[in-house]
Design a binder for this molecule. Sequence first.
Ligand code: NAP
Ligand code: MG
Length: 501
Amino acid sequence: MSATPSVEIAARGAKSPAALEFLKKGPTKLLIGGKWVPAKSGKTFETINPANEEVLALVAEGDKADVDDAVKAARKAFEDNRWAGMSPHARTRYLLKIADLIEAHADELAELESLDNGKPLSQARTIDIPGSARLFQYFAGWASKIYGETNPSDPSMFNYTLREPIGVCGLITPWNFPLMMASQKIAPALACGNTVVLKPAEQTPLTALRLGELIQEAGLPDGVVNIVTGFGPGAGSSISEHPDIDKVSFTGSTEVGKMILQASAGNLKRVSLELGGKSPNVILPDADLEQAVPTAMNGVFFNSGQVCAAGTRIFVQREMYDKFVDQFAKASERMTVGNPLDPKTRLGPLVSREQFERVNNYLNVGQQEGAKIAMGGGATEGKGYFIKPTLFTGVTNRMRIAREEIFGPVAAAIPFKDESDAVFQANDTTYGLAAAVWTRDISRAHKIARALKAGTVWINCYGAGDSSMPFGGYKQSGFGRENGRHALDLFTQIKSVYVKL
Ligand code: NAP
Ligand code: MG
């Protein structure tokens, strides 16, 4: 057992009284069948503030026994129709109520997110929390717009389809946008009438737990949303293997994605996977560099590079390579790295010691491979898992730093010869989550957008999105599209009804 953490020390500088009160409540619990309960084993683990390496809270360590209970509660809530059998308009109102509560508690949620994950408070407050509320608003509208169809058939028969919920959905989420990733799965799952068991990432469980409280406050029936905190092997694997879970929606690493897919074979679960990337950002010679440079910088350094769609491979034509590198380095050196609670901060720490060591290791790997650090490179002094924004030059697309997902503030500038070389290199990766192209020639932009093998292609921007925009991967970046109306495909199944007239 760990000692009781000191909230005053771990959350120093935090201002939201509600966030501090949440942290002071003591070990967090699991939400199962509408009740907050400790893990059956009685075990807890620590969640750390990565900015100062202090323990923020003790968290219930759920495992198979707790997942079993959560699945029983979710199954009961699904089968007795307390949620799926409700009028769609009523489900809309519940989801809107959750959105309202997220907005009403935005300061508190933003501070919890920043403390737990290390992201700048200013970004949590303007991106993560409003983005989460918007996901509930967006999918609230869909609850009453999930249409079936009538199909042409022989006049003696009548065929129509129903789009029905899948059942009990296991949702496994990562630590980079904790509340937003949970919302991106819970909102469409609920809009379609499913019940859920959520397993947040061990590094950042706090905002999902607070969301659980808000969901109860919104008055959702017990057992519709269950939350089991714990580790990947344990709570996570018990979800992916569970014989009574009908669908798993996962966001995280490609490595774990493959394990989830294998585990799903037991009962042939539906699976959707949103995995990693090594996304190319192609800057053609006629690009508007004044826009392209700061946008490419944000595209790779935002959230300290811990973004699945980060534009980590920046392709620049050989003739303008030095000019681009120079401008990029100058602009990036002005980015403030530091205390996430400080409004001036652009980059906070990485989420965990593990991630910090992993990224530091890649800084060595890159240099051993012959790439040069043009800017940044390494940790800042003092406590916390801070790494300076870093640009590698002299990179070839065959190097490990150009092929493997680093998930830190590390960019690689790679030269190309001409347009076809740029497209070839951009596509020469096992991933296919996102890509971008910069040019003032609109025909060229659209032609290249077609040629790029990625689930999202940005033209003259990077990283922008909307809850209505389908998002997901080509190749080993996964399958299934979250957001937009395509998310409904992930959480419904189609029934054909054939009637003899
Ligand atoms: P991860 O292991 O794939 O974690 C994602 C989620 O899966 C977490 O909730 C995790 O639980 C859970 N999990 C882990 N092993 C599992 C298993 N065997 N069965 C079921 N669930 C399991 O990612 P990570 O280790 O935190 O980060 C490693 C790398 O993944 C990063 O460096 C990055 O490359 C990539 N990543 C990608 C994304 C993305 O948005 N695509 C997000 C995060 C990380 P625990 O929290 O307990 O491990
Ligand atoms: Mg992990």
